[in-house]
Ligand binder design. Structure first.
Ligand code: HEM
Length: 301
Protein backbone atom coordinates (compact mmCIF):
# COMPACT_ATOMS: atom_id res chain seq x y z
CA UNK A 1 0.00 0.00 0.00
CA UNK A 2 1.35 3.46 -0.87
CA UNK A 3 1.83 6.21 1.69
CA UNK A 4 -0.99 8.15 -0.03
CA UNK A 5 -3.40 5.20 0.30
CA UNK A 6 -2.49 4.86 3.98
CA UNK A 7 -3.26 8.55 4.53
CA UNK A 8 -6.65 8.27 2.82
CA UNK A 9 -7.44 5.09 4.78
CA UNK A 10 -6.64 7.01 7.97
CA UNK A 11 -9.05 9.82 6.96
CA UNK A 12 -11.75 7.27 6.01
CA UNK A 13 -11.12 5.43 9.29
CA UNK A 14 -11.98 8.50 11.35
CA UNK A 15 -14.65 10.16 9.22
CA UNK A 16 -16.12 7.14 7.36
CA UNK A 17 -16.23 6.52 3.60
CA UNK A 18 -18.87 8.63 1.92
CA UNK A 19 -19.81 7.90 -1.69
CA UNK A 20 -18.71 10.56 -4.12
CA UNK A 21 -17.18 12.88 -1.51
CA UNK A 22 -13.66 14.05 -0.72
CA UNK A 23 -11.84 12.14 2.04
CA UNK A 24 -11.19 15.51 3.69
CA UNK A 25 -13.08 18.81 3.42
CA UNK A 26 -16.04 16.74 2.20
CA UNK A 27 -18.62 19.50 2.69
CA UNK A 28 -18.28 22.52 0.46
CA UNK A 29 -19.38 24.53 -2.52
CA UNK A 30 -17.59 26.39 -5.27
CA UNK A 31 -17.48 29.87 -6.73
CA UNK A 32 -15.83 31.79 -9.53
CA UNK A 33 -14.15 35.15 -9.85
CA UNK A 34 -10.86 36.74 -10.79
CA UNK A 35 -7.43 37.73 -9.50
CA UNK A 36 -6.36 41.36 -9.84
CA UNK A 37 -2.62 42.13 -9.57
CA UNK A 38 -1.33 44.42 -6.84
CA UNK A 39 -0.77 48.01 -7.87
CA UNK A 40 2.00 49.14 -7.69
CA UNK A 41 3.47 45.79 -8.66
CA UNK A 42 4.51 43.50 -5.76
CA UNK A 43 8.17 43.48 -4.73
CA UNK A 44 8.08 39.70 -5.25
CA UNK A 45 7.96 38.67 -8.90
CA UNK A 46 5.52 35.93 -9.97
CA UNK A 47 4.95 36.35 -13.73
CA UNK A 48 1.51 34.62 -13.63
CA UNK A 49 0.27 37.29 -11.24
CA UNK A 50 1.31 40.25 -13.40
CA UNK A 51 -2.06 40.24 -15.15
CA UNK A 52 -5.71 39.61 -14.34
CA UNK A 53 -6.46 35.87 -14.07
CA UNK A 54 -9.56 33.71 -13.70
CA UNK A 55 -10.16 32.21 -10.25
CA UNK A 56 -12.01 29.05 -9.27
CA UNK A 57 -12.56 28.53 -5.54
CA UNK A 58 -14.11 25.88 -3.35
CA UNK A 59 -15.03 26.76 0.23
CA UNK A 60 -15.24 23.90 2.70
CA UNK A 61 -15.55 22.73 6.29
CA UNK A 62 -12.65 20.55 7.47
CA UNK A 63 -12.95 16.80 7.99
CA UNK A 64 -14.38 14.01 5.88
CA UNK A 65 -18.05 14.19 6.91
CA UNK A 66 -20.32 15.61 4.19
CA UNK A 67 -23.10 16.38 6.69
CA UNK A 68 -20.93 18.13 9.31
CA UNK A 69 -22.49 21.23 10.86
CA UNK A 70 -21.03 24.55 9.70
CA UNK A 71 -20.88 25.45 13.40
CA UNK A 72 -18.31 22.74 14.15
CA UNK A 73 -15.11 23.82 15.89
CA UNK A 74 -12.92 22.69 13.00
CA UNK A 75 -11.11 24.50 10.20
CA UNK A 76 -12.71 26.20 7.23
CA UNK A 77 -10.86 25.79 3.95
CA UNK A 78 -10.51 27.22 0.51
CA UNK A 79 -9.23 25.44 -2.56
CA UNK A 80 -8.11 28.00 -5.10
CA UNK A 81 -6.86 27.98 -8.65
CA UNK A 82 -5.51 31.19 -10.12
CA UNK A 83 -4.88 31.16 -13.88
CA UNK A 84 -5.96 29.04 -16.84
CA UNK A 85 -4.45 26.36 -19.12
CA UNK A 86 -1.15 28.17 -19.73
CA UNK A 87 -0.15 28.36 -16.08
CA UNK A 88 -2.09 27.74 -12.88
CA UNK A 89 -1.35 28.24 -9.19
CA UNK A 90 -3.39 25.73 -7.24
CA UNK A 91 -3.56 25.94 -3.47
CA UNK A 92 -5.65 24.64 -0.59
CA UNK A 93 -5.54 26.86 2.50
CA UNK A 94 -7.09 26.60 5.98
CA UNK A 95 -8.43 29.06 8.54
CA UNK A 96 -5.84 28.11 11.19
CA UNK A 97 -2.40 29.72 10.86
CA UNK A 98 -0.71 26.35 11.46
CA UNK A 99 -1.41 22.75 10.46
CA UNK A 100 -2.01 19.87 12.90
CA UNK A 101 0.80 17.49 11.88
CA UNK A 102 4.36 17.75 10.61
CA UNK A 103 4.66 14.28 9.06
CA UNK A 104 2.51 11.60 7.46
CA UNK A 105 2.89 9.37 10.50
CA UNK A 106 1.83 12.13 12.88
CA UNK A 107 -1.20 12.89 10.69
CA UNK A 108 -2.24 9.22 10.79
CA UNK A 109 -1.73 9.04 14.58
CA UNK A 110 -3.68 12.30 15.05
CA UNK A 111 -6.59 10.74 13.13
CA UNK A 112 -6.29 7.35 14.86
CA UNK A 113 -6.64 9.07 18.25
CA UNK A 114 -9.96 10.52 17.03
CA UNK A 115 -11.62 7.40 15.63
CA UNK A 116 -15.12 7.47 17.16
CA UNK A 117 -15.51 5.18 20.16
CA UNK A 118 -18.85 3.36 19.74
CA UNK A 119 -19.54 3.52 23.48
CA UNK A 120 -18.91 7.27 23.67
CA UNK A 121 -20.38 8.17 20.27
CA UNK A 122 -17.34 10.30 19.40
CA UNK A 123 -13.57 10.43 19.95
CA UNK A 124 -12.35 9.11 23.29
CA UNK A 125 -11.09 12.21 25.19
CA UNK A 126 -8.48 10.12 27.04
CA UNK A 127 -6.92 9.04 23.72
CA UNK A 128 -6.93 12.62 22.44
CA UNK A 129 -5.31 13.81 25.66
CA UNK A 130 -2.62 11.13 25.47
CA UNK A 131 -1.92 11.98 21.79
CA UNK A 132 -1.64 15.69 22.60
CA UNK A 133 0.71 15.03 25.52
CA UNK A 134 2.97 12.93 23.29
CA UNK A 135 2.72 15.40 20.36
CA UNK A 136 2.82 18.93 21.80
CA UNK A 137 3.65 20.46 18.40
CA UNK A 138 0.09 19.62 17.24
CA UNK A 139 -1.53 21.63 20.06
CA UNK A 140 -1.25 25.23 18.68
CA UNK A 141 -3.60 24.30 15.80
CA UNK A 142 -6.16 22.88 18.24
CA UNK A 143 -5.79 25.83 20.63
CA UNK A 144 -6.37 28.29 17.80
CA UNK A 145 -9.64 26.59 16.86
CA UNK A 146 -10.80 26.48 20.49
CA UNK A 147 -10.13 30.19 20.91
CA UNK A 148 -11.65 31.35 17.60
CA UNK A 149 -15.36 31.81 16.93
CA UNK A 150 -16.62 30.28 13.65
CA UNK A 151 -16.59 32.84 10.84
CA UNK A 152 -19.70 34.84 9.98
CA UNK A 153 -19.32 33.92 6.31
CA UNK A 154 -16.56 32.29 4.24
CA UNK A 155 -15.93 35.84 2.98
CA UNK A 156 -14.93 36.99 6.49
CA UNK A 157 -12.37 34.23 7.06
CA UNK A 158 -8.57 34.23 6.87
CA UNK A 159 -6.97 31.33 4.99
CA UNK A 160 -3.36 30.22 5.60
CA UNK A 161 -0.88 27.93 3.86
CA UNK A 162 0.99 26.73 6.97
CA UNK A 163 3.78 25.77 4.58
CA UNK A 164 6.58 28.24 3.78
CA UNK A 165 7.12 28.71 0.02
CA UNK A 166 10.24 30.14 -1.57
CA UNK A 167 9.99 33.25 -3.77
CA UNK A 168 13.04 33.39 -5.94
CA UNK A 169 12.56 36.18 -8.48
CA UNK A 170 12.49 39.12 -6.08
CA UNK A 171 15.48 40.91 -4.64
CA UNK A 172 16.38 39.47 -2.23
CA UNK A 173 14.62 36.06 -2.57
CA UNK A 174 12.35 35.37 0.43
CA UNK A 175 10.61 32.53 2.24
CA UNK A 176 7.02 33.23 3.17
CA UNK A 177 3.74 31.71 4.30
CA UNK A 178 0.60 32.62 2.36
CA UNK A 179 -2.34 34.46 3.86
CA UNK A 180 -5.61 35.12 2.05
CA UNK A 181 -7.01 37.95 4.15
CA UNK A 182 -10.57 39.29 3.82
CA UNK A 183 -10.50 42.90 2.68
CA UNK A 184 -12.82 43.94 5.52
CA UNK A 185 -10.99 41.84 8.15
CA UNK A 186 -11.95 38.62 9.89
CA UNK A 187 -15.24 38.45 11.80
CA UNK A 188 -16.66 35.57 13.82
CA UNK A 189 -20.15 34.90 15.14
CA UNK A 190 -21.07 35.81 18.72
CA UNK A 191 -22.31 32.94 20.92
CA UNK A 192 -25.91 34.18 20.52
CA UNK A 193 -25.60 34.36 16.74
CA UNK A 194 -24.04 30.91 16.64
CA UNK A 195 -26.99 29.48 18.57
CA UNK A 196 -29.40 31.12 16.11
CA UNK A 197 -27.92 30.19 12.71
CA UNK A 198 -28.81 26.87 11.01
CA UNK A 199 -26.26 24.07 10.53
CA UNK A 200 -25.84 24.96 6.86
CA UNK A 201 -25.56 28.74 7.35
CA UNK A 202 -22.35 29.20 5.35
CA UNK A 203 -24.00 28.68 1.95
CA UNK A 204 -26.83 31.17 2.54
CA UNK A 205 -24.39 33.62 4.18
CA UNK A 206 -22.24 33.54 1.03
CA UNK A 207 -25.27 34.02 -1.23
CA UNK A 208 -26.32 37.04 0.86
CA UNK A 209 -22.78 38.50 0.71
CA UNK A 210 -22.54 38.09 -3.07
CA UNK A 211 -25.97 39.64 -3.63
CA UNK A 212 -24.38 42.90 -2.35
CA UNK A 213 -21.32 42.64 -4.62
CA UNK A 214 -18.11 40.61 -4.91
CA UNK A 215 -16.28 39.21 -1.87
CA UNK A 216 -12.62 40.27 -1.78
CA UNK A 217 -9.45 39.04 -0.12
CA UNK A 218 -5.86 40.24 -0.37
CA UNK A 219 -3.43 37.45 -1.23
CA UNK A 220 -0.41 38.20 0.95
CA UNK A 221 3.00 36.83 1.74
CA UNK A 222 4.02 36.83 5.38
CA UNK A 223 7.78 37.01 4.96
CA UNK A 224 9.83 34.81 7.32
CA UNK A 225 12.04 36.44 9.92
CA UNK A 226 15.47 34.89 10.39
CA UNK A 227 14.47 32.64 13.30
CA UNK A 228 11.13 31.45 11.86
CA UNK A 229 10.61 27.73 11.34
CA UNK A 230 10.48 26.93 7.62
CA UNK A 231 10.33 23.14 7.77
CA UNK A 232 7.46 22.55 10.19
CA UNK A 233 3.94 23.81 9.34
CA UNK A 234 2.75 23.17 12.94
CA UNK A 235 5.01 25.87 14.43
CA UNK A 236 3.46 29.36 14.78
CA UNK A 237 5.41 32.39 13.60
CA UNK A 238 5.34 34.87 16.45
CA UNK A 239 5.62 38.67 16.27
CA UNK A 240 5.65 41.09 13.35
CA UNK A 241 6.21 39.99 9.78
CA UNK A 242 6.80 41.96 6.62
CA UNK A 243 3.76 41.61 4.41
CA UNK A 244 3.84 41.64 0.62
CA UNK A 245 0.52 41.98 -1.16
CA UNK A 246 0.38 39.97 -4.39
CA UNK A 247 -3.07 41.19 -5.40
CA UNK A 248 -6.79 40.76 -4.81
CA UNK A 249 -8.90 37.62 -5.10
CA UNK A 250 -12.42 38.63 -6.02
CA UNK A 251 -15.29 36.11 -5.88
CA UNK A 252 -18.37 37.11 -7.84
CA UNK A 253 -20.75 34.16 -8.06
CA UNK A 254 -21.34 30.63 -6.92
CA UNK A 255 -20.55 27.79 -9.30
CA UNK A 256 -23.98 26.66 -10.43
CA UNK A 257 -22.65 23.70 -12.46
CA UNK A 258 -21.29 21.78 -9.46
CA UNK A 259 -18.08 21.11 -11.40
CA UNK A 260 -16.11 21.37 -8.18
CA UNK A 261 -16.94 17.72 -7.42
CA UNK A 262 -14.52 16.72 -10.20
CA UNK A 263 -11.79 19.25 -9.37
CA UNK A 264 -8.65 18.62 -7.39
CA UNK A 265 -6.72 21.55 -5.97
CA UNK A 266 -3.35 19.92 -6.38
CA UNK A 267 -0.91 21.80 -4.14
CA UNK A 268 2.02 20.67 -6.32
CA UNK A 269 0.77 22.86 -9.18
CA UNK A 270 2.78 26.06 -8.64
CA UNK A 271 3.85 28.78 -11.07
CA UNK A 272 7.26 30.12 -12.11
CA UNK A 273 8.78 32.29 -9.38
CA UNK A 274 7.47 30.08 -6.56
CA UNK A 275 9.47 27.22 -5.02
CA UNK A 276 7.70 24.27 -3.37
CA UNK A 277 7.78 24.20 0.44
CA UNK A 278 10.54 21.96 1.81
CA UNK A 279 8.73 20.54 4.85
CA UNK A 280 7.84 16.84 5.15
CA UNK A 281 4.07 17.29 4.73
CA UNK A 282 3.92 19.19 1.44
CA UNK A 283 5.20 16.40 -0.87
CA UNK A 284 2.62 13.98 0.59
CA UNK A 285 -0.34 16.07 -0.41
CA UNK A 286 -0.47 15.75 -4.20
CA UNK A 287 -0.60 11.93 -4.25
CA UNK A 288 -3.08 11.82 -1.34
CA UNK A 289 -5.43 14.23 -3.14
CA UNK A 290 -5.18 12.07 -6.27
CA UNK A 291 -6.15 8.91 -4.34
CA UNK A 292 -9.08 10.77 -2.76
CA UNK A 293 -10.16 11.93 -6.21
CA UNK A 294 -9.92 8.46 -7.78
CA UNK A 295 -11.87 6.90 -4.88
CA UNK A 296 -14.65 9.44 -5.13
CA UNK A 297 -14.83 9.01 -8.92
CA UNK A 298 -15.03 5.19 -8.60
CA UNK A 299 -17.77 5.50 -6.00
CA UNK A 300 -19.89 7.73 -8.22
CA UNK A 301 -20.08 5.44 -11.24
C1 HEM B 1 -0.23 15.07 4.53
C2 HEM B 1 -1.02 16.13 4.74
C3 HEM B 1 -2.38 16.25 4.14
C4 HEM B 1 -3.23 15.28 3.67
C5 HEM B 1 -3.02 13.77 3.65
C6 HEM B 1 -4.41 15.94 3.19
C7 HEM B 1 -5.50 15.31 2.64
C8 HEM B 1 -6.51 15.92 1.95
C9 HEM B 1 -7.46 15.27 1.08
C10 HEM B 1 -7.49 13.79 0.80
C11 HEM B 1 -8.27 16.21 0.57
C12 HEM B 1 -9.39 16.01 -0.45
C13 HEM B 1 -8.76 16.10 -1.84
C14 HEM B 1 -9.72 15.82 -2.97
O1 HEM B 1 -10.44 14.80 -2.93
O2 HEM B 1 -9.75 16.62 -3.95
C15 HEM B 1 -7.86 17.46 1.12
C16 HEM B 1 -8.45 18.65 0.86
C17 HEM B 1 -8.05 19.83 1.41
N1 HEM B 1 -6.92 20.05 2.19
FE1 HEM B 1 -5.60 18.69 2.75
N2 HEM B 1 -4.28 17.28 3.36
C18 HEM B 1 -3.05 17.51 3.93
C19 HEM B 1 -2.50 18.72 4.27
C20 HEM B 1 -3.16 19.91 4.15
C21 HEM B 1 -2.63 21.19 4.53
C22 HEM B 1 -1.21 21.42 5.09
C23 HEM B 1 -3.60 22.11 4.27
C24 HEM B 1 -3.56 23.61 4.46
C25 HEM B 1 -2.81 24.21 5.35
C26 HEM B 1 -4.73 21.42 3.69
C27 HEM B 1 -5.91 22.00 3.26
C28 HEM B 1 -6.89 21.37 2.53
C29 HEM B 1 -8.05 22.03 1.96
C30 HEM B 1 -8.43 23.49 2.09
C31 HEM B 1 -8.77 21.07 1.25
C32 HEM B 1 -10.06 21.25 0.46
C33 HEM B 1 -9.71 21.46 -1.02
C34 HEM B 1 -10.94 21.31 -1.88
O3 HEM B 1 -11.90 22.06 -1.66
O4 HEM B 1 -10.94 20.43 -2.78
N3 HEM B 1 -4.44 20.09 3.63
N4 HEM B 1 -6.78 17.28 1.96
Amino acid sequence: MTQAEKLIDALNGTFGRHKGYRASHAKGFAATGRFLPASPRAAVEIPLLRSEQPVFARFSVGGGKPAISDKSPTVRGVGLTIGSEVEIWSMALISAPVFFANSGQQLREFLAARVPDPEIGGPNPEKVKAFNAANPNTVPHQEYLKATAPCRCYSTENYHSGHAYGFTLGTPPVDARLLLEPEAGRTGLTDEELADVPDDYLHSAMLATLSDGPARWILKLLVANTKDELLDPTVPWVGKHREVSLGTVEIKELDAGNIHQARVFDPACIPAGVDAPKDEVFPLRSAAYAVSKSRRSEQRS
